[in-house]
Design a protein around this ligand. Structure first.
Ligand SMILES: Cc1cc2nc3c(=O)[nH]c(=O)nc-3n(C[C@H](O)[C@H](O)[C@H](O)COP(=O)(O)OP(=O)(O)OC[C@H]3O[C@@H](n4cnc5c(N)ncnc54)[C@H](O)[C@@H]3O)c2cc1C
Length: 303
């Protein structure tokens, strides 16, 4: 009797850096290559991956655990020696060429991800933990509310770490989609690279020039007028929720009917909290219509 073993939703892809392209003062695109990437599932939108990078002077990447319990085994390795793990978004996948593009924020050499983006040379090794093309279910790691894409007004707000995800979503919206995208960038030369339908306005908040992203989003919300809310009272955030920095609704649990506004927010944790508070507390947007994600935290090394 033969037993069919289902492929895992995510798998590891050993890759090498093949190209680097500076996209703007704060953004660097790296292309990773390996024939195994023919088996990477290209799901688009805000599909996230884990990137495993070697620690200089630490364990070689060949020591990175590959079994089902890889996370536990990695966590039990000495902190000073084990590889770094960071989270990124897929920009493009070319399975036939065995290539993947990832855009890195260049925030200096203060973290292993950003350091790799600016210092790694072609041939340097990494491991990508990403969706497996042999798995045919919902692999997860993708938070945009696709079920509301055509029905609700779309609001997407983020900083440069969210730029790849926002563009991945914007390019897949229906052509008649409407809404607003607001991205905070350090410098004016960082603005650009969003391909949205004509009804989705794109605004760039340049911190160098003193632009205020929360105020910009507030102005837009005021300009579209009152939003119908199913229950504004229950939408007010409790203290604990205000301090949380990641809340996404399970599509199975989300109301079937599209809300007036569907919001996707990602970036620095304190900023995404302020933005969610603005939407839910000040503009009565139902919590279930807001997916917000702290992609990084000021002063805290991520994973
Ligand atoms: C689902 C998801 C998708 C993501 N996609 C991307 C992506 O496509 N591209 C991308 O660049 N980032 C992305 N991020 C954010 C990225 O994981 C973090 O920025 C991560 O901290 C970078 O690791 P690092 O090693 O460079 O810095 P860390 O070692 O984590 O941090 C070192 C220091 O740098 C600061 N820091 C970290 N990130 C930034 C930043 N963006 N700007 C300024 N200072 C920073 C930290 O506060 C800390 O003080 C994503 C995060 C998540 C959760």
């Amino acid at each position: 009797m033969s037993v069919t073993v289902e492929a895992p939703p995510f798998r590891m892809f050993p890759v090498r850096l093949s190209r680097r392209e500076r996209r703007s003062p704060s953004l660097v695109r790296l292309t990773f290559s390996d024939p195994s990437l023919a088996g990477f599932a290209d799901r688009g939108y805000d599909q996230r991956i884990k990137l495993v990078l070697p620690k200089p002077g630490g364990l070689p990447l060949s020591a990175f655990p590959t079994g089902d319990d890889w996370w536990t085994v990695w966590r039990d390795q000495p902190v000073d020696e084990r590889a770094f793990i960071r989270t990124y978004t897929i920009v493009a996948v070319r399975p036939d060429a065995g290539e993947i593009d990832v855009d890195f924020v260049d925030h200096g050499v203060t973290g292993p991800g950003s350091r790799f983006a600016v210092e790694a040379v072609p041939g340097d090794e990494a491991i990508i933990f990403g969706p497996n093309a042999d798995f045919h279910g919902d692999a997860g790691g993708l938070e945009f509310r696709r079920e509301y894409a055509g029905a609700a007004t779309q609001l997407m707000v983020g900083d440069m770490s969210a730029l790849p995800a926002i563009n991945g979503i914007a390019t897949r919206l229906p052509l008649d989609a409407t809404g607003f995208i607001c991205i905070e960038v350090p410098h004016a030369q960082d603005a650009g690279g969003i391909d949205a339908p004509p009804g989705v306005h794109v605004s760039w908040c340049v911190t160098d020039e003193g632009h205020d992203q929360v105020a910009t989003v507030r102005d837009w919300l005021e300009s579209i007028g009152p939003l119908a809310s199913d229950d504004a009272t229950t939408s007010v955030l409790a203290d604990g929720a205000v301090n949380a920095y990641w809340e996404v609704t399970d599509p199975e649990a989300a109301p079937a009917e599209a809300p007036a506004l569907s919001a996707w927010i990602a970036g620095e944790s304190a900023q995404v909290r302020s933005l969610r508070r603005l939407l839910v507390n000040d503009f009565d947007v139902p919590r279930s219509a807001v997916n917000f994600m702290g992609y990084w935290r000021t002063g805290v090394a991520g994973s």
